[in-house]
Structures are given as structure tokens and as C-alpha cells.
Design a protein around this ligand. Structure first.
Ligand SMILES: CSC[C@H]1O[C@H](OP(=O)(O)O)[C@H](O)[C@@H]1O
Ligand SMILES: Nc1ncnc2[nH]cnc12
Length: 296
């Protein structure tokens, strides 16, 4: 089993982390273009860490324009095995209050304007997304967050919307009442799908900033209020991250039940002789284990 390397994809409000030994920023290129920003690597209490600000430092990329494929490929190039997506979200549940963390275990993908797969004509693959997150990694994140005093809910359905506008009141009520969603954000799809295709363990720590627009006592989403909450949430996220090295097994085996690291075992349908060699070459980082050209 590979030595674990934990990447943190920092969402809105989390653009840097500190405290890493051997800290170094890397400017990478991928067959899918450049990632959102340079990627910071280093070591935290013996655990190899990578940090990528999803929107870039200074918040340059809108949710639709985040280079999701490049981000996942670049993290995999660096040897990342596990991804903690640390993301701001709205809440559909009274009990999931601003300031709380939710360890997401399901998604509904309502995004419509993004590349959602590394695989296309010439190399077609179908991975399972029935259980889209690594619950073992999520469990560790919950332990870490609770240990630093953050109220943390384990399990929740994240509605991924296209944005950048927030939901209408009718949408908000539909997601909450008819669809049974718990939180809403704009970025974790297709990110989670791509991480699964790249055989990486992925979990979402959704940090609640607001009640979206359904809540009768809170009215519409107010960005000024979101930014205020984001500051406290980001500080809690940094504290949580600092606890992860003490919780992750150095062997790399965190007890994954979803088979994240073997997602491609039976997924590729295109016959070897019909595969597009250019696409296969582009897939050498994310699918090299199966297609050849990457880690065994
Ligand atoms: C700050 S409000 C909306 C913005 O915040 C979330 O970003 P991220 O998931 O990267 O933390 C949400 O998805 C929107 O992009
Ligand atoms: N209410 C909301 N809707 C979508 N994305 C969000 N990010 C933070 N709050 C959000």
C-alpha cells in the first residue's frame, strides 16, 4: 500500500495553510491544462501534505471555471492518495447551523457546464458513484474536527449547483423538502467524480456558512454574512487539518470500504486495440495503474 499523502483542497476562505516543514510551491502542468494555482507541499508531523486553493489565491476562478480535471491530475502527479475537500456550504437543516461541519456522504449533481470525466471517446470508463466519498477518511476528519471543538455531523447529502448565483427560494425549498438534501455548494461535483476516476480517496468537509434561502428567520443568502462566518470556519479547518497526521495510519490503509484505490479495476470498456493512444497517454497519471505508464 502506498505511503499516504493527504491533499487539502481549500475552498472559499481557505487559500493557504501554514506550519508545513519542507514547504514548497509547485507550478505544474497537466494534459488538462494548469491547476487552479501552484500547489503547496510539505510535511506535517510526519505526514506528507499537499494544499491547493480551489479558486486560486485571491479567489480568481468561479465555480464553473475551476479546472477540476487539472487539479486532480496535478495532485495525483505529486503522489497524493487522499483528498480532503474543505468547502463552504449553505445548510438545509436547522440543526446544521452556521459554524458546524458536515461530513458529506452523498451528492446530487445539478451542475451542467463542466467537464465531468477524464474518460471520453477512445477510452470509455464507468466507475461506481453509489458511495461517492471515502467514509473512512471522512470518519478521521470528523474525529479531527470534533477534537478541536467543532460541532460535526457525519453524513449528509450535498447538492452541487452550477452557480454562481445562489438558489431561488423555490429551488431551495425543493432541494430541502422534496429532494432531502442537507447542504448546498457549487464545487464538489465534478471534483468527487474525478477523484474517484483517479482512484483517490475523497471526502468532503462541508463548513456551513448560511441557511441558504429557505429558512423563515434568516431570509436570503447574504455574502457579507457568509464572509464573516468563513473567517471562523477557516480557522477551525486549519485546526482540524493539524490533527490529521495523528489520526492517519502511516501504512496508507485507513480502512476504506468504498474501494476508492481500485475504482478502475473493471471500469474501462473500450477494447485495448480500439483505445485512442493519445488519450491513453493523457491518462497516464490518473489511470496509469490500469492502462500502463503510471504507478503500479
Ligand atoms: C462563498 S459563497 C459561494 C462559494 O463558496 C463555495 O466554494 P467552495 O466550495 O470552493 O468552498 C461555494 O461552492 C461557492 O463556490
Ligand atoms: N447557500 C449557498 N449556496 C451555494 N453555495 C454556497 N456556499 C456557501 N453558501 C452557499
Amino acid at each position: 500500500m502506498a505511503e499516504p499523502m493527504l491533499a487539502v483542497i481549500g475552498g472559499s476562505g481557505l487559500y493557504e495553510i501554514d506550519g508545513l516543514a519542507e514547504a514548497e510551491w509547485h507550478s505544474l502542468d497537466t494534459p488538462w491544462g494548469k491547476p487552479s494555482d501552484e500547489i503547496l507541499t510539505g510535511v506535517l508531523d510526519g505526514l506528507k501534505i499537499a494544499f491547493l486553493p480551489r479558486h486560486g489565491r485571491g479567489h480568481v476562478h468561479a465555480p464553473t471555471d475551476v479546472p477540476y480535471c487539472a487539479n486532480i491530475d496535478a495532485l495525483k502527479q505529486l503522489g497524493v492518495t487522499h483528498i480532503l475537500s474543505v468547502s463552504a456550504c449553505g445548510s438545509f437543516r436547522e440543526e446544521m447551523a452556521p459554524g458546524h461541519f458536515v461530513i458529506v456522504d452523498q451528492f446530487i449533481d445539478r451542475t451542467v457546464n463542466r467537464v465531468k470525466s477524464f474518460f471520453e471517446k477512445g477510452c470509455v470508463a464507468h466507475v461506481s458513484m453509489a458511495h461517492p466519498t471515502c467514509t473512512a477518511l471522512g470518519g478521521l476528519a470528523a474525529q479531527a474536527a470534533r477534537s478541536v471543538g467543532v460541532t460535526t455531523h457525519v453524513g449528509g447529502t450535498y447538492l452541487a449547483m452550477e452557480g454562481p448565483q445562489f438558489s431561488t427560494l423555490a429551488e431551495s425549498k425543493m432541494y430541502r423538502e422534496s429532494w432531502g438534501c442537507d447542504v448546498i455548494g457549487m464545487t464538489n461535483m465534478p471534483e468527487a467524480k474525478l477523484a474517484r476516476e483517479a482512484e483517490m480517496h475523497y471526502t468532503t468537509v462541508a463548513m456551513v456558512t448560511d441557511y441558504d434561502s429557505w429558512h423563515p428567520d434568516h431570509g436570503e443568502v447574504d455574502v457579507t454574512e457568509i464572509i464573516r462566518i468563513l473567517g471562523a470556519n477557516s480557522a477551525h479547518a486549519r485546526d482540524m487539518i493539524a490533527q490529521m497526521p495523528g489520526l492517519m495510519a502511516p501504512s496508507g490503509d485507513q480502512g476504506c470500504e468504498q474501494g476508492c484505490a481500485h475504482a478502475l479495476d473493471y471500469a474501462i470498456l473500450t477494447a485495448p486495440e480500439r483505445r485512442d493512444p493519445d488519450l491513453v497517454a493523457r491518462l497516464s497519471t490518473v489511470a496509469g495503474r490500469i492502462l500502463g505508464g503510471g504507478d503500479a
